[in-house]
Design a protein around this ligand. Structure first.
Ligand SMILES: [Ca+2]
Length: 544
């Protein structure tokens, strides 16, 4: 009897020890961060903490996401195409009043399969699967995948959650007089009021640190989803950040972009400083002209907006630094898988709100509500074309960094990868398994990405192989890829006209030369692949 007891205790101790050795997982999701906005991706903005992950891990130069927030988040959480996960279109576009948000309304789509407007019940979730596998699961930040109690993070697998349920909010608690907060925050599923000193990124990071706790020998590994709302509009920073980039952007768009391109070339992220064409004044939001054609007053305001944007990114990096420091303090840093990425390209459309004080001296403070606008976005997206909400590379390419547990060397990877790969990658690193129900396609959407691990460990030359087909569609903007080819259209705001265009991404990822007339056979083949994709995932046609 005594022996049995001892054996039981010993085996418990051994299993607890093995359990504790499972790696932690930290996913940091930036919101609308452009492709070249990090120091390690060519930016002049100082991001040493995020760069420290890049310098011990892999930078993906060819990482893809849907072109807006909630579709990407649905793919990250479910590991499946957003048309199957419930965000075939953003919920905001399926409202009768979508035009209010500068979006083309398609209320007739709402409720169709895959267009529920929230992370649907056919989606298994990454936090739930990790929880089933013994992980403590926690998140803080933007959810954007459902407003009801059933669709709250607390019901979709998170043990601990502090969530903004909406797609955006002011970064401070204080709003202008007469403006009422309509957004909803919940903690562990219960509605909460923001604290008076709330600043989004500071607060969400602190919450994550609090949920992780101080235990140096935790009984469970953890999964932390750090869903930051920076540097999404409005441009707002704490007072001590207001002037840290003062004067840095007075040279204007082209000078800063050129510096980024040269740095990217030096870092071997690109192989030439060729960059995309800028949008014409006629098509640009606000009809904003190029730098040399602006008045001195316009230049002053434009430069100020970018100073605030850069400061917002610096604040985000400082918070990532706080999190890294905490993990080092509790001896959990080395044994953690880090994935840092943006959820989509930088925001180039202009979506101001009435009732805010956007005078020069108030920019970046509470009660202001500004965006960087299209021209600085063309810098954020460099070397790519366009921005968030389009199928151009500037909309669907995001900076991404993965640092495997105990990794210490820097790599740059040009392999095509996408956000749906995160789920299977995390499963492989954490040696987690799916319960039988989740493996039944009649009950649940199946994972459609590929794990990066064989590739990152040097066992394969690319994640998807040479001849992969990949397609996506959002709000009528679409693309399909095979080998070096991308067939694409961006109908939004008529930015690229109604026609499909063909680009050779190997030689022209800036999408400057349309080769559709030259290679009609490739256009035809890719069009057929695109139709197959729309049928497979159930795309509703926005273009009609
Ligand atoms: Ca976003």
């Amino acid at each position: 009897m005594k022996l049995n007891k001892l054996a039981l205790i010993t085996s418990l101790l051994v299993s607890t020890q093995l359990f504790a050795q499972k790696p932690n997982v930290v996913i940091i999701l930036a919101d609308d961060l452009g492709y070249s906005d990090l120091g390690s991706f060519g930016s002049e903005i100082k991001t040493p903490n995020i760069d420290s992950l890049a310098h011990q891990g892999t930078r993906f130069t060819n990482y893809h996401t849907p072109s807006t927030c909630s579709p990407t988040r649905s793919e990250l959480m479910s590991g499946t195409d957003h048309h199957q996960a419930g965000l075939g279109a953003m919920a905001e576009t399926m409202r009768e009043d979508a035009a209010k948000f500068d979006l083309m309304p398609r209320p007739q789509f709402l409720g169709k399969p895959g267009y529920e407007g929230y992370l649907n019940t056919r989606s298994m979730t990454l936090p739930q699967v990790l929880k089933d596998n013994g992980y403590k699961t926690l998140m803080a930040g933007k959810w954007h995948l459902g407003y009801t109690p059933e669709t709250n993070p607390a019901k979709r697998g998170f043990d601990f959650s502090y969530a903004l349920l909406n797609g955006a909010d002011s970064h401070f608690k204080t709003l202008p007089n007469g403006i009422e907060r309509k957004t909803i925050y919940t903690e562990n599923g219960q509605k909460v009021e923001l604290p008076d000193n709330f600043y989004s990124t500071d607060f969400f990071t602190q919450k994550v640190i609090e949920y992780i706790g101080n235990d140096k020998k935790p009984s469970q590994p953890f999964f932390a989803y750090v869903a930051l709302t920076a540097p999404h509009w409005p441009l707002q920073v704490p007072t001590n950040y207001l002037n840290i980039y003062k004067g840095h952007y007075d040279q204007g768009y082209d000078a800063i972009k050129q510096k980024r391109l040269e740095k990217m070339l030096k870092l071997k992220l690109i192989n030439s400083t060729k960059t995309a064409n800028v949008v014409s004044k006629e098509l640009a939001p606000m009809n904003l002209d190029t730098w040399n054609n602006l008045t001195a007053e316009q230049k002053k305001i434009e430069a100020r907006k970018m100073e605030i944007y850069a400061a917002q990114i610096k604040n985000m990096d400082d918070n990532v630094g706080k999190l890294i420091k905490h993990l080092k303090n509790i001896k959990q840093y080395d044994n953690t898988l880090f994935i840092f990425m943006s959820d989509n390209g930088a925001e180039g459309f202009y979506r101001p709100l009435p009732g805010y004080d956007n005078s020069y001296n108030n920019l970046g403070k509470t009660k202001s509500y500004e965006l960087i606008g299209p021209r600085w976005t063309e810098v954020s997206s460099a070397p790519f074309s366009l921005w968030k909400g389009t199928a151009a590379e500037g909309g669907v390419s995001a900076p991404a960094i993965v640092k495997l547990p105990n990794s210490t060397t820097a790599k740059i990877s040009n392999s095509f990868v996408n956000v749906k790969d995160v789920f299977p990658t995390v499963l492989e690193v954490t040696q987690s398994s799916l319960k039988p129900d989740y493996q039944d396609p009649s009950k649940f959407n199946q994972l459609s990405g590929k794990s990066w691990i064989s590739y990152l460990k040097g066992k394969t030359n690319s994640v998807y192989g040479e001849n992969f087909i990949y397609a996506d569609e959002l709000h009528g903007d679409a693309y399909v890829r095979n080998k070096k080819w991308k067939l694409t259209r961006t109908i939004t705001k008529n930015l690229s006209g109604p026609d499909w265009k063909l680009y050779d991404l190997e030689n022209d990822r800036t999408e400057t030369t349309d080769l559709s007339k030259k290679h009609p056979e490739i256009v035809k083949q890719l069009q057929q692949e695109y139709v197959k994709y729309t049928q497979r995932v159930g795309v509703q046609d926005f273009a009609e």
